[in-house]
Design a protein around this ligand. Structure first.
Ligand code: HEM
Length: 262
Protein backbone atom coordinates (compact mmCIF):
# COMPACT_ATOMS: atom_id res chain seq x y z
CA UNK A 1 0.00 0.00 0.00
CA UNK A 2 3.01 2.24 -0.42
CA UNK A 3 1.32 4.27 -3.13
CA UNK A 4 -1.78 5.37 -1.15
CA UNK A 5 0.13 5.95 2.10
CA UNK A 6 2.77 8.20 0.50
CA UNK A 7 0.27 10.22 -1.56
CA UNK A 8 -2.17 10.57 1.34
CA UNK A 9 0.62 11.93 3.53
CA UNK A 10 1.64 14.36 0.78
CA UNK A 11 -1.95 15.54 0.54
CA UNK A 12 -2.06 16.36 4.25
CA UNK A 13 1.37 18.05 4.00
CA UNK A 14 -0.05 20.26 1.19
CA UNK A 15 -3.10 21.18 3.28
CA UNK A 16 -0.86 22.16 6.17
CA UNK A 17 1.42 24.17 3.86
CA UNK A 18 4.50 21.98 4.44
CA UNK A 19 5.10 21.75 0.67
CA UNK A 20 6.32 18.79 -1.37
CA UNK A 21 7.85 15.89 0.58
CA UNK A 22 10.14 13.39 -1.14
CA UNK A 23 8.34 10.01 -1.35
CA UNK A 24 10.74 8.44 1.21
CA UNK A 25 10.07 11.23 3.70
CA UNK A 26 6.29 10.99 3.19
CA UNK A 27 6.51 7.27 3.97
CA UNK A 28 8.59 8.00 7.08
CA UNK A 29 5.96 10.46 8.33
CA UNK A 30 3.25 7.87 7.69
CA UNK A 31 5.19 5.21 9.60
CA UNK A 32 5.75 7.64 12.49
CA UNK A 33 2.00 8.34 12.57
CA UNK A 34 1.36 4.60 12.73
CA UNK A 35 3.73 4.26 15.72
CA UNK A 36 2.04 7.19 17.46
CA UNK A 37 -1.43 5.73 16.87
CA UNK A 38 -0.12 2.41 18.23
CA UNK A 39 0.82 4.14 21.49
CA UNK A 40 -2.72 5.55 21.76
CA UNK A 41 -4.06 1.99 21.55
CA UNK A 42 -2.75 1.29 25.04
CA UNK A 43 -4.57 4.33 26.47
CA UNK A 44 -8.10 3.67 25.14
CA UNK A 45 -9.57 3.13 28.60
CA UNK A 46 -8.50 6.53 29.96
CA UNK A 47 -7.79 10.07 28.78
CA UNK A 48 -4.75 10.26 31.08
CA UNK A 49 -1.49 9.28 29.40
CA UNK A 50 1.17 7.65 31.52
CA UNK A 51 4.61 9.32 31.71
CA UNK A 52 6.09 6.30 29.87
CA UNK A 53 3.72 6.73 26.92
CA UNK A 54 4.41 10.49 26.82
CA UNK A 55 8.17 9.82 26.84
CA UNK A 56 7.80 7.44 23.89
CA UNK A 57 5.48 9.78 21.97
CA UNK A 58 7.54 12.96 22.37
CA UNK A 59 10.47 12.12 20.03
CA UNK A 60 8.05 10.76 17.40
CA UNK A 61 6.04 14.00 17.46
CA UNK A 62 9.21 16.11 17.43
CA UNK A 63 10.35 14.35 14.25
CA UNK A 64 6.94 14.63 12.61
CA UNK A 65 6.55 18.34 13.33
CA UNK A 66 10.16 19.44 12.70
CA UNK A 67 9.08 21.68 9.80
CA UNK A 68 6.02 23.14 11.54
CA UNK A 69 7.61 26.22 13.20
CA UNK A 70 9.14 27.47 9.92
CA UNK A 71 5.94 26.78 7.98
CA UNK A 72 3.88 28.42 10.72
CA UNK A 73 5.94 31.62 10.30
CA UNK A 74 6.09 31.62 6.50
CA UNK A 75 3.10 29.76 5.02
CA UNK A 76 0.43 31.71 3.17
CA UNK A 77 -2.93 32.25 4.84
CA UNK A 78 -4.68 29.76 2.56
CA UNK A 79 -2.84 26.83 4.19
CA UNK A 80 -3.91 25.37 7.51
CA UNK A 81 -0.79 26.41 9.37
CA UNK A 82 -0.90 29.89 7.80
CA UNK A 83 -4.52 30.21 8.88
CA UNK A 84 -3.66 29.08 12.43
CA UNK A 85 -1.06 31.89 12.56
CA UNK A 86 -3.55 34.48 11.25
CA UNK A 87 -6.08 33.37 13.87
CA UNK A 88 -3.53 33.95 16.63
CA UNK A 89 -2.98 30.31 17.62
CA UNK A 90 0.33 29.41 19.28
CA UNK A 91 2.98 27.25 17.61
CA UNK A 92 2.24 24.59 20.20
CA UNK A 93 -1.45 24.52 19.23
CA UNK A 94 -0.60 24.51 15.52
CA UNK A 95 1.87 21.63 16.05
CA UNK A 96 -0.85 19.69 17.86
CA UNK A 97 -3.21 20.19 14.91
CA UNK A 98 -0.48 19.16 12.45
CA UNK A 99 0.16 15.96 14.40
CA UNK A 100 -3.55 15.17 14.54
CA UNK A 101 -3.88 15.70 10.79
CA UNK A 102 -0.85 13.56 10.00
CA UNK A 103 -2.39 10.65 11.88
CA UNK A 104 -6.17 11.17 11.43
CA UNK A 105 -5.87 12.14 7.77
CA UNK A 106 -3.50 9.43 6.58
CA UNK A 107 -3.89 6.11 8.43
CA UNK A 108 -7.68 6.07 8.09
CA UNK A 109 -7.83 6.80 4.36
CA UNK A 110 -4.99 4.37 3.57
CA UNK A 111 -6.75 1.64 5.58
CA UNK A 112 -10.02 2.23 3.73
CA UNK A 113 -8.39 2.24 0.29
CA UNK A 114 -6.63 -1.10 0.64
CA UNK A 115 -9.54 -2.80 2.36
CA UNK A 116 -12.14 -1.56 -0.15
CA UNK A 117 -10.05 -2.74 -3.12
CA UNK A 118 -9.74 -6.15 -1.42
CA UNK A 119 -13.47 -6.26 -0.54
CA UNK A 120 -14.47 -5.51 -4.13
CA UNK A 121 -12.21 -8.38 -5.22
CA UNK A 122 -13.18 -10.88 -2.50
CA UNK A 123 -16.95 -10.40 -2.98
CA UNK A 124 -16.70 -10.36 -6.78
CA UNK A 125 -18.47 -6.97 -6.83
CA UNK A 126 -15.63 -5.40 -8.78
CA UNK A 127 -17.39 -6.79 -11.88
CA UNK A 128 -20.58 -4.83 -11.18
CA UNK A 129 -18.49 -1.70 -10.62
CA UNK A 130 -16.44 -2.18 -13.78
CA UNK A 131 -19.66 -2.74 -15.76
CA UNK A 132 -21.40 0.35 -14.35
CA UNK A 133 -19.22 3.22 -13.16
CA UNK A 134 -22.34 4.99 -11.79
CA UNK A 135 -21.95 2.57 -8.83
CA UNK A 136 -18.67 4.21 -7.82
CA UNK A 137 -20.00 6.64 -5.15
CA UNK A 138 -22.03 3.74 -3.65
CA UNK A 139 -18.91 1.54 -3.60
CA UNK A 140 -16.99 4.24 -1.68
CA UNK A 141 -19.86 4.78 0.78
CA UNK A 142 -20.51 1.05 1.33
CA UNK A 143 -16.78 0.32 1.58
CA UNK A 144 -16.42 2.95 4.30
CA UNK A 145 -19.42 1.50 6.16
CA UNK A 146 -18.02 -2.04 6.15
CA UNK A 147 -14.38 -1.14 6.86
CA UNK A 148 -15.07 1.64 9.43
CA UNK A 149 -11.35 2.53 9.73
CA UNK A 150 -11.92 4.21 13.14
CA UNK A 151 -13.58 1.17 14.79
CA UNK A 152 -14.09 2.79 18.21
CA UNK A 153 -14.56 6.37 19.40
CA UNK A 154 -13.87 7.31 23.01
CA UNK A 155 -15.87 9.86 25.00
CA UNK A 156 -16.15 11.20 28.51
CA UNK A 157 -19.61 11.44 30.09
CA UNK A 158 -20.27 15.09 31.02
CA UNK A 159 -23.42 14.61 33.09
CA UNK A 160 -25.29 11.60 34.52
CA UNK A 161 -27.40 9.90 31.87
CA UNK A 162 -29.30 6.63 31.44
CA UNK A 163 -28.63 4.65 28.26
CA UNK A 164 -30.75 1.50 27.95
CA UNK A 165 -30.53 -0.21 31.33
CA UNK A 166 -27.24 1.47 32.39
CA UNK A 167 -26.78 4.69 34.30
CA UNK A 168 -23.59 6.53 33.41
CA UNK A 169 -22.07 9.08 35.78
CA UNK A 170 -20.23 12.29 34.99
CA UNK A 171 -16.56 11.46 34.32
CA UNK A 172 -17.20 7.89 33.17
CA UNK A 173 -15.35 6.84 30.04
CA UNK A 174 -17.32 5.20 27.22
CA UNK A 175 -16.18 3.56 24.02
CA UNK A 176 -18.57 3.75 21.08
CA UNK A 177 -18.24 0.60 18.98
CA UNK A 178 -18.68 2.20 15.56
CA UNK A 179 -17.47 -0.87 13.63
CA UNK A 180 -20.12 -3.04 15.29
CA UNK A 181 -22.85 -0.40 14.82
CA UNK A 182 -22.06 0.19 11.14
CA UNK A 183 -21.80 -3.48 10.29
CA UNK A 184 -25.17 -4.33 11.85
CA UNK A 185 -26.82 -3.59 8.49
CA UNK A 186 -25.14 -6.60 6.87
CA UNK A 187 -22.25 -7.56 4.60
CA UNK A 188 -20.65 -5.50 1.81
CA UNK A 189 -23.19 -4.83 -0.95
CA UNK A 190 -22.64 -1.94 -3.34
CA UNK A 191 -26.36 -1.95 -4.15
CA UNK A 192 -27.40 -1.57 -0.49
CA UNK A 193 -28.16 2.14 -0.56
CA UNK A 194 -28.28 4.59 2.34
CA UNK A 195 -28.64 3.14 5.85
CA UNK A 196 -30.52 5.83 7.84
CA UNK A 197 -29.81 4.27 11.26
CA UNK A 198 -26.05 4.85 11.04
CA UNK A 199 -25.93 7.72 8.47
CA UNK A 200 -22.13 8.12 8.02
CA UNK A 201 -21.06 7.08 11.50
CA UNK A 202 -17.69 5.92 10.09
CA UNK A 203 -16.84 9.64 10.09
CA UNK A 204 -18.19 10.14 13.63
CA UNK A 205 -21.10 12.44 14.39
CA UNK A 206 -21.92 15.73 16.03
CA UNK A 207 -19.42 18.46 16.75
CA UNK A 208 -16.37 16.27 16.09
CA UNK A 209 -17.64 14.94 12.75
CA UNK A 210 -14.58 14.26 10.58
CA UNK A 211 -13.27 17.45 8.97
CA UNK A 212 -11.67 15.45 6.16
CA UNK A 213 -14.76 13.40 5.19
CA UNK A 214 -15.19 14.96 1.74
CA UNK A 215 -11.47 14.71 1.05
CA UNK A 216 -11.34 11.06 2.15
CA UNK A 217 -14.30 10.17 -0.09
CA UNK A 218 -12.59 11.95 -2.99
CA UNK A 219 -9.29 10.09 -2.38
CA UNK A 220 -10.98 6.68 -2.32
CA UNK A 221 -13.18 7.59 -5.29
CA UNK A 222 -10.10 8.66 -7.25
CA UNK A 223 -8.42 5.32 -6.59
CA UNK A 224 -11.49 3.30 -7.63
CA UNK A 225 -11.96 5.54 -10.68
CA UNK A 226 -8.47 4.59 -11.86
CA UNK A 227 -9.48 0.89 -11.76
CA UNK A 228 -12.70 1.71 -13.64
CA UNK A 229 -10.74 3.68 -16.26
CA UNK A 230 -8.40 0.75 -16.85
CA UNK A 231 -11.49 -1.46 -17.13
CA UNK A 232 -9.81 -4.77 -16.21
CA UNK A 233 -10.62 -6.93 -13.16
CA UNK A 234 -7.95 -7.32 -10.53
CA UNK A 235 -6.77 -10.21 -8.42
CA UNK A 236 -5.34 -10.06 -4.90
CA UNK A 237 -2.05 -11.92 -5.21
CA UNK A 238 -0.99 -11.64 -1.58
CA UNK A 239 -1.92 -9.73 1.55
CA UNK A 240 -0.43 -9.17 4.99
CA UNK A 241 -2.53 -7.92 7.89
CA UNK A 242 -1.18 -5.08 10.04
CA UNK A 243 -0.58 -6.43 13.56
CA UNK A 244 -0.99 -4.45 16.82
CA UNK A 245 -2.37 -1.39 15.02
CA UNK A 246 -5.00 1.13 16.10
CA UNK A 247 -6.49 1.41 12.60
CA UNK A 248 -7.02 -2.10 11.16
CA UNK A 249 -5.22 -2.20 7.85
CA UNK A 250 -3.25 -4.30 5.40
CA UNK A 251 0.46 -3.74 5.89
CA UNK A 252 0.88 -5.09 2.35
CA UNK A 253 -1.63 -5.81 -0.38
CA UNK A 254 -0.44 -6.91 -3.79
CA UNK A 255 -3.01 -6.75 -6.60
CA UNK A 256 -2.55 -7.67 -10.25
CA UNK A 257 -4.72 -6.61 -13.17
CA UNK A 258 -6.00 -9.43 -15.33
CA UNK A 259 -5.08 -9.52 -19.00
CA UNK A 260 -8.59 -9.25 -20.44
CA UNK A 261 -11.41 -6.70 -20.06
CA UNK A 262 -14.12 -7.14 -17.36
C1 HEM B 1 -11.50 7.16 5.51
C2 HEM B 1 -10.90 8.18 6.08
C3 HEM B 1 -11.30 8.79 7.40
C4 HEM B 1 -12.06 8.27 8.41
C5 HEM B 1 -12.76 6.91 8.48
C6 HEM B 1 -12.10 9.28 9.47
C7 HEM B 1 -12.79 9.13 10.66
C8 HEM B 1 -12.91 10.12 11.61
C9 HEM B 1 -13.70 10.02 12.80
C10 HEM B 1 -14.51 8.79 13.23
C11 HEM B 1 -13.59 11.19 13.48
C12 HEM B 1 -14.29 11.57 14.79
C13 HEM B 1 -13.46 11.19 15.97
C14 HEM B 1 -14.19 11.53 17.27
O1 HEM B 1 -15.37 11.86 17.27
O2 HEM B 1 -13.55 11.40 18.32
C15 HEM B 1 -12.68 12.03 12.71
C16 HEM B 1 -12.27 13.30 13.10
C17 HEM B 1 -11.35 14.05 12.39
N1 HEM B 1 -10.82 13.78 11.15
FE1 HEM B 1 -11.19 12.14 10.05
N2 HEM B 1 -11.35 10.35 9.07
C18 HEM B 1 -10.85 10.11 7.81
C19 HEM B 1 -10.06 10.95 7.04
C20 HEM B 1 -9.64 12.20 7.41
C21 HEM B 1 -8.85 13.08 6.58
C22 HEM B 1 -8.38 12.77 5.16
C23 HEM B 1 -8.59 14.21 7.34
C24 HEM B 1 -7.81 15.44 7.01
C25 HEM B 1 -7.04 15.61 5.99
C26 HEM B 1 -9.25 14.02 8.62
C27 HEM B 1 -9.24 14.93 9.65
C28 HEM B 1 -9.97 14.80 10.81
C29 HEM B 1 -9.93 15.79 11.88
C30 HEM B 1 -9.08 17.08 11.91
C31 HEM B 1 -10.80 15.33 12.87
C32 HEM B 1 -11.11 15.97 14.21
C33 HEM B 1 -12.40 16.77 14.11
C34 HEM B 1 -12.80 17.36 15.47
O3 HEM B 1 -12.41 16.84 16.52
O4 HEM B 1 -13.53 18.35 15.46
N3 HEM B 1 -9.88 12.79 8.62
N4 HEM B 1 -12.31 11.36 11.56
Amino acid sequence: MTCSTGRGTQLVADLLGLGPLPEAQALQVFAAGERLAGLAMRSAASTVLSPEIIAQARPIIERMTREVPRTFREASADTLLGRCRELGLSIREASGLATLMMVAGTETAASAMGRIVALLHDTGQQHALLADSALLPAAVWEGLRVTTPAPVIGRHVRAAVTVGSRTLSAGDRVLLLTYVANNGAGPFDINRGYVPETRQLWFGAGRHLCLGAALARAEIGFLLQSFVDIGRPWRVESRRYGARVLIPSYSALRVRLSEGAA
